[in-house]
Every structure is written in structure tokens, then in C-alpha cells.
Unconditional design. Structure first.
Length: 194
């Protein structure tokens, strides 16, 4: 018959006594066990950011995402704020950042390209113009020229985020390659067959 423990097992404390190599003396090189460092607390901002969705969009998907969101935001801006360019520009900056953050690593170059197109698409509801197609196009072109600062700002945000992500990706790849080369150099070469 089995007997179960009445108390839960206590974690064993690591000793600070040196471990001696086999056949060695106390004067030989001593190896000490060191307790692991306690984990640093994670800031609440980082925890909140980790809870956000992290989709990986293709280049086309990121462009469609940005254009659709900017079209909806342009329509809401027209309804709620009577087409305020400042509100539209302020809403454009986070959409640019999200587009650059959510695009796949293989399609990072498309983020700074898709963002200005999305800005132009979202200007259609707030640009005004007459009832004809030509007057609408002229109103969008005029709005692009007048509000180019927001366009450049959002494109700069997307470009900077995409560049930082690309540099981090390249650094990580180099580190993996260097570790693989070091591991390959440590392996003993097979003896030649005679």
C-alpha cells in the first residue's frame, strides 16, 4: 500500500559550496553554483501592448487595411467634425504606425508605400468638391497639396517603424548565423577514412 506525503515537498536551497572536479583537490579551480536572478518586473505599458492583436498582413493586405480604415475615418470625420483636416491628420498617424507594425517582415517595404495611398483614399469623403467626378478629383488633389504635412508625417512614421523592424530582423538573422557558425566550428571534424 502506498503512503502519500502529508506535506508538500520544500524546494531545496542551492548550496554555496564549491563543486570539485573528479580526482581534484580543494586547491583546484572551484566551481560555485549561483542562484538564478529574480525576474525583473515587466512595466504595465509593455503588458498592455502585449495584449493588443498582432496580425501579420501581406503587403496587399496592409494596403487594403490602411485604405479601408482611412475611408471609414474620413467618413466619420465628415459626419462628426464636418471634415476637419486636423482630426483626419491626427487619426492618420496611428493608422500609419499600425500598418507598419502589422505588415509581415517579408513585406516591410510596402508599408511606406501603402500609407500615402490610404491617405488619399480617406480624403475622398472630406475633400468636398462638386457633384461631378472631375471636381471630386480636383478637390482630392487640392486637399493632398494643402495637407501634405500630415501625409509626410504619416509616411515618415511608417518608414521609421519599417526601418527599425528591418534592422532588428537583420541583426537577429546575423546573430543566428554567427551562433550556427560557432557551433559548427566547435564540432570535431570526422576522421578521414583510410
Amino acid at each position: 500500500m502506498e503512503q502519500h506525503r502529508a506535506r508538500p515537498p520544500r524546494p531545496q536551497q542551492r548550496s554555496q559550496t564549491p563543486l570539485l572536479p573528479s580526482g581534484g583537490s580543494a586547491d583546484a579551480a572551484a566551481v560555485y553554483r549561483v542562484a538564478a536572478r529574480p525576474a525583473r518586473p515587466v512595466p504595465p505599458v509593455v503588458l498592455a501592448l502585449r495584449r493588443l492583436p498582432n496580425p501579420r498582413l501581406t503587403g496587399l493586405g496592409s494596403g487594403l487595411f490602411a485604405a479601408a480604415v482611412m475611408l471609414v475615418l474620413g467618413g466619420l470625420d465628415r459626419l462628426l467634425f464636418d471634415g476637419s483636416p486636423i482630426v483626419y491628420g491626427l487619426l492618420f498617424l496611428p493608422v500609419s504606425a499600425l500598418t507598419a507594425l502589422w505588415v509581415r517582415p517579408a513585406d516591410l517595404v510596402t508599408a511606406p508605400i501603402a500609407v500615402p495611398i490610404a491617405f488619399a483614399v480617406g480624403l475622398v469623403p472630406i475633400a468636398g468638391g462638386g457633384s461631378g467626378f472631375g471636381s471630386r478629383i480636383m478637390a482630392v488633389v487640392t486637399a493632398l497639396a494643402v495637407h501634405a504635412g500630415w501625409l509626410y508625417g504619416g509616411t515618415l512614421v511608417a518608414g521609421l517603424i519599417a526601418t527599425v523592424r528591418k534592422v532588428r530582423l537583420m541583426t537577429r538573422r546575423r546573430a543566428i548565423q554567427a551562433a550556427a557558425q560557432r557551433a559548427a566550428a566547435r564540432r570535431p571534424s570526422p576522421d578521414p577514412v583510410e
